[in-house]
Design a protein around this ligand. Sequence first.
Ligand code: ADP
Length: 509
Amino acid sequence: MRIIHVAAEFAPIAKAGGLGEVIVGLSRMQMALLQDVEIIIPKHSFIHPNSLPYLKVETPEFTCKENGTEILNTMWSAEVEGCRLHLLEERHPAAYFRRPNIYGYPDDIPRFIYFSKAVIEYLKLQKQPIDVLHLHEWHTSLCAPLVKEIFAKELNVRSVVLTIHNLEYQGKCATWDLDAIGVKGASFLKPDKLQDDLHADSINLLKGGIVYADAITTVSPTYSKEILTPPLGFNLNKTLTKHKSKLQGILNGIDYKLWNPETDSLLAKRYSTQASFKEIELGKEKNKEALEKRFGLESGKRPWFGAITRLVPQKGPEMIEEAIHHVLASGGVFVLLGSSPLPDMQHRFDVLKEKYKGNRRLVLEFNYDETLAHLIYGALDFTLVPSHFEPCGLTQIIAMRYGTIPIVRSTGGLKDTIFDCDNSAVPIAARNGFTFSHPSELVNTIDRALEIKKNNSATFQTLVKHAIQSDFSWKKPADEYLKLYKKISGVSSSNQPPRIVARSVSRNI
Ligand code: ADP
């Protein structure tokens, strides 16, 4: 089966959050299942050529029109993390993908509309059929109507899948944004096409994917139900309900080669997921020491809490702040690694940092630091994920892999992955963390965690064992995707090895 993923991110070379990790993890597992997998992303200029093994020009020149001007593009190919990558280099006068970051620019809409159209132009040059064109997020959703309604005859695409990683981001724009790439925007401004369900004069790119894809997936079963309701449907709940028969939740996994405390070169001390509790604890102590040294923290045996997150309203920043006050007041350590694209949010945490200036039990790091993230996962006792909504959430899954106990708000994928230590309705073997529903229960939940760590070592050890040995690899999700692909494409996979066999060496991200 020939599968092409189209996305804005690919970890580790172009990662802003969970999306990049899903693309690499899922693709690698699909290749292990002998599928023929390719990935198309923009050739972001910040990707260093050294991180693109076997880089070569694949299609030297092809054009894509914008506002009547033919713009030249080059498609490159490389093998990264064992995956076959196509990287679209544009020579657009606005340097669409020659920027320091993946997103966050006022012209993000035209950037990704252009990317989607250029991908279609590239696919038009392909002779071999594509069994599944797998689109991710609003950034690439426009490919679905382009494939199905405009270029069907010029393309050889058997089926289209859209995965919604976060419904909050939809790509709302004007009809003239589509006119720019030679597509009549007005012809799509209809309720059963791309017209936004709230603002009738706007185009909604994600809706285009929902309407035209053969199948829609979200990244956890609970989230796939939540998005059909007004509170979490972000005004697309009616459209999603209409297309419910195409919708399915498939829980994300994590790549167990990239996240492995036994081989993680970014840890001060490594430990096996099969090790005894004592060995795991020893490993964590050494990693704590490394953080103590780096940040000038007070040493001594204390419970360590932390969060590694984007600081945006979705992630419950006010609850993170409350947790920081409470953990410090209770004698614990708190490590926050967070980055915010929102100036007001950043200001709020800057004020907090000022308030606790000189406190030697608090780390507030405001950047995106993959290397530090690994060390923090390897050091913490507890990780906090108090999201208001969470499509899947990878941080709680990564944390468990490092024997760190999640404390989460029970929503979306957090509800599907974390089961409370005191929940008698759940088998003991499945209990792996602490959960709460209402924000007012946060402090009490932290107290329960503190109490168990301090006075109930047997239960704490069992939790750590359950968490570190749980299986959230990509195997099961990749099987589910394959089943879905077969259903919608009508293609049954052969046992032929994929055309490209993984050559590059995996490394930590
Ligand atoms: P989202 O994709 O909504 O940001 P997820 O939990 O799905 O949230 O994925 C977040 C990923 O990004 C995890 O791999 C996490 O470790 C990483 N991450 C988040 N914030 C940071 C940061 N400031 N520095 C390093 N890694 C981060």
